[in-house]
Every structure is written in C-alpha cells, then in structure tokens.
Write a protein that binds this ligand. Structure first.
Ligand code: BT5
Length: 252
C-alpha cells in the first residue's frame, strides 16, 4: 500500500470524500486529510466534532486481500498504527479500547471509523482516523471523557509529523495483516497495548442486536477475527459490534 494524500481545507467528511474517489475507481492508498470536517461522523450515525485546525481528520482507501471475516482487524491495524504515531509523533502513550478508540489517561484522544463499500473494482474499506490535536477539537461538555495531544504532551502538536508517522506505521501494520500469521500477530500486539483485552469488568451494549442487549462481564481476550470475549454469568459471549465501557467494581 503506497499512500497518496490529497489535502483539503474543508470537507463534509474525509470518509465520504474517499468513498467518492473509490467509487470513481481510485486505487488503494488514496487518502484525504482536511483542516476541518463539516459533517464528521462516528459509528451508528454519531457525530465526530471536527473544527478547523483542532484535529487531524484523515481517511484512506484500502482494498484488503484477506478473507472478509478478517476485515474487522483493519480497525485493529488502525489502532496500532495510530498508537505508534501518537507516541513517535506526539509523545503520547495510549490505551486501546475495544473496538475503535484510543484513550490517554482514560479519555478519548482518537476515534476510528472503518466502513466497507462496494466499488466497480470490488469491495473496499474506507478507513477514517480522527485525532484530537488540541482541546478545541471537541465541545466543552466532553472534557471529562475526551482529551488531546496538546493536553497530554504539554506541547503544541505538529499535524504533519503525526501524519507522517501514521502513514508509515499504517503501511507496516497493514502489510503484516496480509502475511500468513499476520492476524495472530496483530491481535497479540493489540492485546498487549489494551487494558480492555483481559480481566476488565465492562458493560457492553451489543451493537449486533441494535443496542437492546446490555450485558456485564469480564473481558477474556480477543478472537483472531477481532471479537471480544466477555465472561458473563451466562458464560463466554463473543462481541462483534457494540460499545464497551469500563465499570468500576462496587466497593464492599
Ligand atoms: C468514533 O465513533 O469514535 C469514530 C470517529 C471517526 C472520526 C474520523 S475523522 C476522519 C474520518 N471522517 C469521518 O467522518 N470520520 C472519521 P464513535 O465510537 O461512534 O464515537 C462517537 C462519539 O464520540 C460521539 O457520540 C461523541 O460522544 C464523542 N465525540 C465526538 N467528537 C469527539 C472528539 N472530537 N473527541 C472525542 N470524542 C468525541
């Protein structure tokens, strides 16, 4: 995958822009970075706050040559690459929260949105990554749950330095995904950087059943397709989509 990056001042969403290029036949590696998004989005129609100059808003087109049941690992590839980039380019250490958040000191510093789309040359993935560079990236009411590179590092972050680190880390992890034992290595690396992979008491809103199933349990590792194993009173459940939150054990 050779990244070729297009730069814009303002777009609705870098994911939408890359999807448009993909449908026109763009090749793997075409990426878009914008200074602002007027309709940045998260999962399940949620909004991603993306004011001008406050964040890194980036998407890239991937055409994975792996079985589709392993495609959820693309989010893992993105999390690993972004955690490398934040450390190398922003001096921030992160924790990964299943499936798609990077946290610094338990607050969200980055969100990842991977969307599968149909294109004339086959099914593809638009991988979107949003990194908060300063605390202006998100509304004040998210201050308790969100943070930024500036706030965590105490320095003014360089967007281009972080982008360059991100592109080279993405190329590395994505290439590993295509190797015979790549999935196992990616899952192992992911788990070693995530406090959510094992022994964490969590509440899960199951996304597959459209949010109507809420369960609580202890995380017990990751399957090779990226599913989260959660041990509940009913036994081990495999979570393939949903929202996970850490629950503090009740004091006795
Ligand atoms: C995500 O969704 O975390 C995925 C975000 C992906 C954003 C990138 S930016 C480049 C590309 N283009 C796009 O249009 N999107 C991608 P989710 O897990 O659903 O989290 C969304 C929730 O995070 C919202 O409902 C808010 O509560 C919160 N949120 C919104 N903006 C935030 C921000 N800047 N920082 C931290 N939290 C935020």
């Amino acid at each position: 995958m050779k990244p070729r990056i297009l730069r814009y001042e303002s777009v609705t969403s870098t994911n939408s822009e890359v999807a448009r290029l993909a449908v026109e036949g763009a090749e793997e590696g075409v990426g878009v970075i914008a200074d602002e998004q007027t309709a940045g989005r998260g999962r399940l129609q949620r909004a991603w706050s993306s004011p001008k100059g406050a964040g890194l808003y980036f998407s890239i087109l991937l055409r994975p040559r792996i079985p589709t049941d392993r495609w959820p690992l693309i989010t893992f590839v993105a999390a690993l690459a972004t955690s490398d980039a934040l450390l190398e380019g922003g001096s921030v250490t992160t924790d990964i929260k299943w499936p798609n958040d990077l946290l610094a000191n338990e607050r969200k510093i980055c969100g990842i949105l991977a969307e599968a789309i149909e294109t004339p040359t086959g099914r593809a993935v638009v991988l979107g990554i949003g990194i908060n560079l300063t605390n202006n990236a998100f509304p004040q009411d998210l201050l308790g749950v969100a943070t930024s590179v500036a706030s965590e590092s105490g320095r003014q972050p360089e967007r281009e330095t972080i982008l360059a680190a991100l592109l080279s880390a993405l190329a590395r992890w994505y290439s590993l995904l295509h190797e015979p034992d790549g999935a196992e290595k990616i899952v192992a690396a992911w788990a070693s950087r995530s406090s959510y992979a094992r022994d964490k008491l969590v509440q899960v809103i199951n996304g597959v059943t459209n949010g109507d199933e809420v369960l609580q349990g202890i995380t017990r590792g990751i399957e090779n397709d990226g599913a989260l194993r959660v041990e509940t009173a009913q036994g081990i459940q495999l979570i393939r989509a949903g929202d996970v939150t850490s629950v503090r054990p009740a004091r006795v």
